[in-house]
Ligand binder design. Sequence first.
Ligand SMILES: [Zn+2]
Length: 456
Amino acid sequence: MVECAAQAPTGFLLPDRQPSDLNADMPSAKPWMLRIGGALLLAAGGAFAVAGLRTADKPVAVQQLVESVSTMGMDAQIQSLSNSSLHLFRSDTSRSSDTPDSMLTRLGVSDKAAADFLRANPLVRENLLGRAGRLLMAETDEDNHLLKLTARWATDSNSHFQRLVVEQNGQGFQARLETGDLKASVKLSGGLIQTSLFAATDDARIPDAIAMQLAEIFSGDIDFHRSLRKGDRFSVSYETLEADGEPLKSGKVLNAEFVNKGKPYQAMWFQASEDKPGGYYNLQGQSLKRAYLASPLAFSRVTSGFSMRFHPILQTWRAHLGVDYAAPKGTPVRNVGLGVVDSAGSMGGYGNAVVVKHNNGHTTLYAHMSKILVKRGQSVTQGQTIGLVGATGWATGPHLHFEFRVNGKHQDPLQLARQSETVPVPAHARERFHTLAQEAAQLLSIQAVAFANTNP
Ligand SMILES: [Zn+2]
């Protein structure tokens, strides 16, 4: 973690660019060749030296020298340019609908023999055609003939990836399947909320998986569906696994800070002992996992795109004593805390609804669902999907109506989630935790400064 601190500011200043990005920016080698040719042609016209110097007291004689310079002939120039064979690199991602022709066309390859090979080769058919999301890199000559095609993809392993290489060896194409080592590195990034979390993470080129982890990590403190404000900001460092220098998949968030309505929340991943899974803690050593999630809908690109409309029937939170989350029909509804299903079925205006009984006289209610996935008396864990969003009962459009009651009295779910007890780092690991927490605090403050400088 100390090593990455030194790199923190660059993470903000220079959006990382992969070699393939740079190559992709170069439309073709032809303009290059023309420019080089032009320079040589100019030189062929001869060399001029015009002396026009004069000093203050004495004019200097002006003399024009004309001297011819021998240059290569046109043919030789063209020959030498074509000998310095230009290789072009282009990258893209495979699509499930790809045919060899559409894939090669997207990669700027124009090569019938290559397309025929891809169509016929069993390794290619099995590992590339019909497979979406594989990183592609094509190397061509200046006539857009294929020299090498590489596809890279992740497997379940966090240490290895697969690489398929199709190469022109002079006589024809050959294909081989290889296993490569994934290299873990740490990325530092941050963003400012203008419209939504995903707009900000897109701007910062942060993968969706990391954006969703961020929302999940802080879900006990911030309801990302309804608490985000313009001007909120975040810093995050996360693992990324690279295949031959290309980010292939993201690992976990290591440190993060989220400033919501001016209040900073910090998180650090920590594993107290090897035999237990790690988790997120604030820098004071309290686990961020709470007895209740602040939101019954997982934060995703889909749910974040739905801003809540004015409640058509019961107009304010106070009036109808719940929170409404607009979301597409079928979005999973998750139980916010450990409990037992108290009722599950049709409940008048609530439509298909589930009531879960938790400890301490707490109950939660989930209404208007299109489908219920639990039964009365069933134990449910935190985060378990108990139904799907719908528009049953008094609902003019698909949304989830959510209530939290303490001994029958309605409470604001977010307040309750925040108040719920947290677990501290176990005593035996506290010293190690505090050392790491200091490093994390330093890293986050460097990031915050770097971010403020780039977003004045
Ligand atoms: Zn409602």
